[in-house]
Design a protein around this ligand. Structure first.
Ligand code: GDP
Length: 695
């Protein structure tokens, strides 16, 4: 039996730019919701959501884990269950952000009340837009020197959405920040007791009545705009009730037409409870969102699942985590139906049946084993064997494959070498585990040097992986410099012959093929086509040819980087009754590919990053000059408040260490974000450097 009705469930994420205070906010949330009974400051390393040691040290939250807590509105009413899906804040982990956004129904976006909207807040905001995540905002740190609610609110309006609507405002700022005015209720709320846990509701102080009235009018006007009946009332100057306002604001927030903005200071224990009320009041329950869409693997057609307990089971695995005590945890979100411990589900993404060993619900400081879980819930399964991040789990009788989470290709790689023989054995296992957890992290062996090459989304991403390997798996390793994950492709079409014939006594070898190699559109990868007519090369040898070709593309032609975006067609060849073998055809395929690719004008491709730099005007010249010297293309320069925003495309190879460069150019005042954009041919002078291993 369900212990919480679905309408009383919220699956949310707390989303923020690094340092905005997400960890502190989350920690306070867990405290007020009664799960945690001790307030731990981030700098003491006691925050509860920070799972891994190193996260605490870095003070950033890297992996998404889900935590369940309970909240009853400060205005009374029934208790709600809130599942918080942790989202990371660093740009190197945008995939982690995306994967968590995919499974949550609503977000609380936290801002620093001094800085307002920061570059990365924008990146995350746009990602949330992509998944149409309804959200509320929390302007934090109003106790800090230089804090300004007005400035921060304005930066949200100007840079993120004109649909933001303030539902609370602060009384006093910095050291005088004493509480918030709830504009809905027109009350002043103070947070007393040791940890601000005691709410005192008062009339708005005389000194703030005029200001509060102005903000309230703005709020009412904005809410009224989205509803014709309310708009009419507003224009006629009639009273709109609190209930009407709240209902309309709720509907509009769920449709992402309005974004309620709260405020406070997590550190000084002010305002977090109002934001929690907001989660219940304005963010949707799972049932208020459209049915999830997917694909029916039986028919190949579209399929949907209603958010009902009685519908066939469907869920998305969104995170794998290794727990030292109980083993592998697969975090999942149920979209429809129910799941029982001990039953079997189908991993419809790979066709494997999986036994559901145990099901657990994670709380901040303990885990609860449950027998069943229902539509809209979030939990973790212990004991799944072949399920990876992004896979769909479904009822074996009624399979569905939910929309896949798309993961970008890794663009940075480095060589890694175990320090000792003992490390060598453990390293393989550790890397395999980590890559299962994180689809944007890849491992490859270098056949020539026997070294291991790991690749990921950025310098920090790989640094974190190496760190985790050391801490969680106790593997010590030497790592090389981060390298760009170059690729190769061809620009022309060419044909080539591959012959592998050995006939010196005994049984010989005979493989012979003609291949055509042609360029494909960027991002298309590898295609192989068989155009052999009349069995000049028997069908049984074709897969071997393809294998030989594929392996040769992985080794590359120009500088040892994988050859991509090519189509290879086998159209002729010959065979020998006795001497032909798969091995011989495989070699012939490989030889023909190498020869053909050389004739087809092979080139090196490099990842180009989309870079956004935000800088005070006076450093503009230096910043753009530096970007130009990095082969960057400046695409736009815009004004934002009193800053300049520079959009550019820059090759990744020029961006290593940019944090330091930018800091020194701008006296630490400029900031930047970057994300992978596309692969592009490198200029020939750079290609020479790459071939010589100098780049
Ligand atoms: P995260 O990186 O977004 O998880 O941010 P943290 O929660 O780790 O906070 C970053 C820093 O800001 C820490 O030093 C916090 O103590 C501090 N901080 C968080 N919330 C507040 C706040 O409301 N007021 C002030 N003054 N500092 C805060």
């Amino acid at each position: 039996m369900r212990d919480y009705p679905i309408e009383k469930t919220r699956d949310i994420g707390i989303i923020a730019h690094i340092d905005a205070g997400k960890t502190t906010v989350t920690e306070r949330v867990l405290f007020y919701t009664g799960v945690s009974h001790k307030i731990g400051e981030v700098h003491e390393g006691e925050a509860i959501m920070d799972w891994m040691e190193q996260e605490r040290e870095r003070g950033i939250t890297i992996t998404a884990a889900a935590t369940t807590c309970f909240w009853k509105s400060t205005r009374g009413g029934e208790e709600y269950r809130i599942n918080i899906i942790d989202t990371p804040g660093h740009v190197d982990f945008t995939v982690e952000v995306e994967r968590s956004l995919r499974v949550l129904d609503g977000g609380v976006v936290v801002f620093d009340g001094v800085a307002g909207v920061e570059p990365q807040s924008e990146t995350v905001w746009r990602q949330a837009d992509k998944y149409k995540v309804p959200r509320i905002c929390f302007i934090n740190k109003l106790d800090r020197m230089g804090a300004s609610f007005e400035f921060s609110f304005k930066s949200i309006l100007e840079r993120l959405t004109p649909n933001a609507v303030a539902v609370s405002i602060p009384v006093g700022l910095e050291a005088n920040f004493s509480g918030v005015i709830d504009l809905m209720r027109s009350k002043f709320i103070k947070f007393e007791g040791e940890h601000g846990e005691k709410l005192v509701v008062e009339e708005i102080p005389e000194s703030h009545r005029a200001e509060a009235a102005q903000w309230r009018t703005k709020m009412v006007e904005k809410i009224a705009e989205v509803d014709d009946a309310l708009a009419e009332k507003f224009l006629e100057g009639k009273e709109i009730s609190e209930a009407e306002l709240q209902k309309t604001l709720r509907e509009a927030t769920i449709l992402y037409k309005l974004v309620p903005v709260f405020c406070g200071s997590a550190l000084k224990n002010k305002g977090v409870q109002m934001m929690l009320d907001g989660v219940i009041d304005y963010l949707p329950s799972p049932i208020e969102l459209p049915p999830v869409k997917g694909n029916d693997p039986k028919t190949g057609g579209d399929a949907t699942r209603e958010t009902r307990d009685t519908a066939p089971f469907s869920a998305l695995a969104f995170k794998l985590q290794t727990d030292p005590y109980i083993g592998q945890l697969t975090y999942f979100r149920i979209y429809s139906g129910t799941i029982k411990a001990g039953s079997y589900v189908l991993n419809s993404s790979n066709g494997e049946k999986e036994r559901v060993g145990r099901i657990v619900r994670m709380h901040a400081n303990h885990r609860e084993e449950v027998k069943e879980m229902y539509a809209g819930e979030i939990g973790a399964i212990v004991g799944l064997k072949s399920t990876r991040t992004g896979d769909t789990l479904s009822d074996p009788e009624n399979p569905i494959v939910l929309e896949k989470i798309t993961f970008p290709e890794p663009v940075v790689s480095l060589r890694i070498e175990p320090k000792t023989k003992a490390d060598q054995e453990k390293m393989g296992l550790a890397l395999r585990r980590l890559s299962e957890e994180d689809p944007t992290f890849r491992i490859k062996g270098d056949e020539e040097t026997l070294e291991t090459i790991i690749s990921g989304m950025g310098e920090l991403h790989l640094e974190v992986i190496v760190d985790r390997m050391r801490r969680e798996f106790k593997v010590e390793a030497n790592v090389g410099r981060p390298q760009v994950a170059y690729k190769e492709t061809v620009k022309n079409t060419a044909e080539a012959e591959g012959k592998y014939i050995r006939q010196s006594g005994g049984r010989g070898q005979y493989g012979h093929v003609w291949l055509r190699i042609e360029p494909l559109e960027r991002g298309k990868g590898f295609e192989f086509e068989n155009k052999i007519r009349g069995g000049v090369v028997p069908q049984e040898f074709i897969p071997a040819v393809e294998k030989g070709v594929k392996e040769a593309t992985e080794r590359g032609i120009v500088a040892g980087y994988p050859l991509v975006d090519v189509k290879v067609t086998i159209y002729d060849g010959s065979y020998h009754e006795v001497d032909s073998s798969e091995a011989a055809f495989k070699i012939a395929g490989s030889l023909a590919l190498q020869e053909g690719a050389k004739r087809a004008k092979p080139v090196i491709l490099e990842p180009i990053m989309k870079v956004e730099v935000i800088t005070p005007d006076k450093f503009m010249g230096d910043v753009t000059g530096d970007l130009n010297s990095k082969r960057g293309r400046i695409e736009a320069i815009n004004d934002r408040l009193n800053l300049k925003v520079i959009d550019a495309k820059v090759p990744l190879s020029e961006m290593f260490g940019y944090v330091t460069t930018l800091r020194s150019i701008s006296e630490g005042r400029a900031s930047y974000t970057m994300e992978f954009d596309h692969y592009e041919e490198v200029p020939s002078n750079i290609a020479e450097l790459i071939k010589e291993g100098k780049k």
